[in-house]
Design a protein around this ligand. Structure first.
Ligand SMILES: [Zn+2]
Length: 339
């Protein structure tokens, strides 16, 4: 079910929408701006559900959809007749690039059953100028019941006149600790995995959830921690093989983040004599061994080597080659081992 309390780390946008719900001061058009996975669709659908709900519940100072009335059940099954999603997947079908002019007369028809007629536009920033101009005309004199929720990944493509007619709500990056707590508390993910997924989500809750459920990420994690534990004593041919393995376009970026996180852990471990919080908390003995066999200049060189590899891969240098040169530099940064 769509509930505001299920939405993580977007207090600013939620507060704005809650004020409108509790005071009955709903605007006719909102742009909800944020990257893919930031939760903007969840926010829009929750707001729509709350507006259309027949028996909304006020709890903790927030108005939430009840989850039980006819409208709420329709929202959950995707069949609320007064919440209209664009692009249309049902006939008459429209794609996001289509001209919306033939569709807009629909706005003049009163809602079928609910107080509002809500238009939810996915990828609204991809609407062409003709569509935006037509939308603008509607926004200049909207019927009292009409509400447009425009989801966008960036606002640069909107006509300034459209922007000025809309209230823009910005989705925020969710702090790592908030994401980790959400994964542990609501999703039952263990702490170590939750911290790693939060770190790799870069503030994006959708990505955090994807990672938490991803077997590929779990495999990458296991393989790369195995590699990093073994690297001081690996020979060149094994390093070349590992570089080829991790050097595919899909995994190189995540692998480099993992390497960086691993050596940051080693740095934290070394500088706090093992008392600091580390991300790879299920591999403390491997992190300790790395911290013992690396001095501070060595750790510094490793961080620089990883960052150099990140830059080289971004500028389209062959990823396997960039990784191999990085891994060789990492190996050379270790003090000769005691075994
Ligand atoms: Zn309801």
């Amino acid at each position: 079910m769509y509930r505001f309390y299920e939405i993580v780390g977007q207090e600013g946008a939620i507060e704005h929408l809650q004020n409108s719900l509790l005071r009955g001061s709903v605007s006719h058009a909102y742009i909800i701006n944020g990257e893919k996975g930031s939760g903007k669709e969840m926010l829009a659908r929750t707001y729509a559900a709350a507006l259309q709900c027949e028996h909304p519940v006020v709890t903790g100072g927030r108005r939430e959809p009840c989850g039980e009335c006819r409208s709420c059940l329709q929202v959950m099954s995707g069949n609320q007749p007064d919440i209209i999603v664009w692009p249309r997947k049902k006939p008459p079908k429209y794609s996001v690039r289509d001209d919306i002019r033939p569709f807009l007369p629909d706005v003049q028809i009163r809602p079928y059953q609910s107080p509002w007629k809500i238009y939810l536009f996915e990828d609204a920033d991809q609407l062409g100028p003709a569509s935006q101009n037509a939308l603008l005309k509607t926004l200049e004199e909207p019927p009292s019941y009409a509400l447009f929720l425009l989801l966008a990944n960036g606002t640069d493509n909107f006509l300034p006149t459209v922007l000025s007619r809309c209230i823009t709500l910005q989705m925020r990056q969710v702090p790592e600790q908030t994401t980790a707590a959400y994964l542990m508390g609501k999703k039952g993910i263990d702490e170590n995995r939750a911290l790693l997924c939060a770190r790799f989500s870069r503030g994006n809750i959708g990505r955090a959830l994807d990672l938490a459920g991803s077997t590929e990420f779990a495999a990458l994690l296991e393989e790369s921690t195995g590699l990093l534990a073994a690297i001081p004593d690996m020979d060149a041919s094994r390093i070349a093989a590992a570089s080829a393995r991790f050097g595919t376009a899909e995994s190189a970026g995540d692998f480099l983040e993992l390497v960086l996180t691993w050596y940051r852990d080693a740095l934290v471990f070394k500088s706090t004599a093992g008392r600091g919080t580390i991300i790879f908390s299920d591999a403390p003995s491997s992190i300790k061994r790395a911290a013992d066999r690396l001095d501070y200049p060595g750790l510094q060189r490793i961080m620089e080597a990883v960052q150099t590899a990140q830059v080289r891969i971004k500028s389209n240098v062959n990823a396997a080659m960039a990784l191999e040169s990085m891994l060789l530099q990492i190996r050379a940064s270790y003090r000769p081992g005691e075994g």
